[in-house]
Design a protein. Structure first.
Length: 220
């Protein structure tokens, strides 16, 4: 990873890749450059020349998957949230016989299944991407609301906020905020020098509105 101006980014990245290539050759490790990906995180429409490994270019991609999180070049996390919706609906379908409207399992255990198996699908790594645009987060709120309506067999006239209140379940937005508070508190107290050297920033400034620590703000 390299950060800075476009020219500095590429100079630093290619210098590192040259060193990496020498190390791989020394230890007789072969990397398939055709399977490598490079993402240029920017709002600009044009990209610089792609980075090189073994003197072969690594093509620019619009997104890449890293540790289960899909990172798009503009960091909107739109693609990641769409992937969550697909995975969530798949898991929900497998649990329908236990959690459906006519299932005989008690409401207590249906809710337990949701919190243990379904909500983690939504909230995985949420402190990283949970500050995405409201339109994207609303899609996840819809997933939770539809599931809670299903397990309670609530009629159409009952409002979602009343169901959340009666079940004592926070909104997805509130749940993400709670996860973020715990996550960033641990980072601030961490003893690892690499983690402690991560630059801090003020999430309240408009220029950095959607960076992860935005979740720590009371008014979001």
């Amino acid at each position: 990873m390299s950060t800075g101006t476009s020219q500095t980014i590429m100079d630093n990245l290619n210098t590192y890749l040259i060193q990496l290539g020498k190390w791989l050759i020394q230890w007789k490790i072969k990397v398939n450059t055709d399977k490598c990906q490079a993402v240029y995180f920017t709002r600009r429409r044009s990209n610089p020349k792609p980075p090189m490994l073994y003197r072969r270019p690594i093509s620019w991609s619009n997104s890449t998957r890293y540790l289960g999180v899909t990172l798009d070049k503009k960091l909107t996390y739109k693609e990641h949230i769409e992937n969550i919706r697909t995975k969530y609906n798949g898991v929900k379908a497998h649990l329908y016989l236990l959690m459906g409207r006519k299932a005989k399992l008690s409401l207590r255990y249906k809710l337990l299944l949701y919190k243990a198996l379904l909500r983690p699908v939504i909230s995985y790594a949420a402190p990283v991407w949970g500050a995405a645009a409201k339109t994207h987060i609303k899609k996840l709120e819809t997933l939770q609301n539809s599931t809670l309506r299903m397990i309670t067999d609530a009629p159409w006239c009952i409002r979602n906020k009343n169901i959340l209140h009666d079940l004592r379940v926070p909104t997805i937005k509130e749940f993400f905020s709670k996860l973020a508070i715990n996550f960033f508190n641990q980072i601030d107290k961490h003893s690892n020098p690499a983690i402690r050297s991560i630059p801090k920033y003020d999430p309240s400034t408009n220029r950095k509105k959607r960076r992860p620590r935005t979740l720590l703000l009371q008014d979001k």
